[in-house]
Design a protein around this ligand. Sequence first.
Ligand code: KIV
Length: 275
Amino acid sequence: MKNTTTTIKAQKGTENKISMITAYDYSMAKLVDSAGVNTILVGDSLGNVMLGYEDTVSVTMEDMIHHSAAVARGAKNALVVTDMPFMSYQTSVYDAVVNAGRLMKEGRAGAVKLEGGVEVCPQIKAITAAGIPVCAHLGLTPQSINTLGGYKIQGKTEEAAKKLLDDARAVEEAGAFALVLECVPKKLATLITESIGIPTIGIGAGNGCDGQVLVNQDMLGMFTDYVPKFVKQYANVGEIIKNAVADYINEINTGAFPDDARSYKIDDEVIEKLY
Ligand code: KIV
């Protein structure tokens, strides 16, 4: 079944929870799509796991368009949600609409995601008014790492928790179709989920949300520079890759690869005439 913002919204409050996973290229998009994931996030986390930056601040519109288009080519049924990178929407409402439009037209996204609450509501309103669905993102918002002062759990004081709840209501009111909650205490994320009419998708926010998202490379054991507490590793693909490549190197050295079954033949008479 083809997933759309309408089907994702209809999953709110049901037992059919929303599954979201990041992907950044065609092959991985095809794999996660065929596993049946509802939505693929082309996250700006690609700055960390694909490009090796220490944060997402340096990620550009060109990076996002390049990876989003590759994912869109591999995603048959999953809704592709593409992150708006740092400074592509904070600068003005006009920039936000133009850049969201580029992610749809050139990156072939089905929706865009941006970070922030009340302060980005004018952008959410204008982008949705232009016919582009917006997923909001609250809690730990990695693009603001320089003001947050580190990758920490958010909303722990009464004031911070109240602000998160207000922001969640505001982004819904502005027109967001879904809300990612990152690094928020489970009870607060559950309360937010119960207090708004759009689905919440948690990452480090407990199982009271309407869905969950994880970074592909984290949950498959392919990125180990740092592993947040909330990550569950469902497979150690990193180890499988390392072992396979070590076998390959060994077989090159022994001559076991390529064997005759993987080589091409020529008539002996042709070869003999060349000696
Ligand atoms: O960029 C990303 O992968 C994200 C998820 C962590 C939600 O925003």
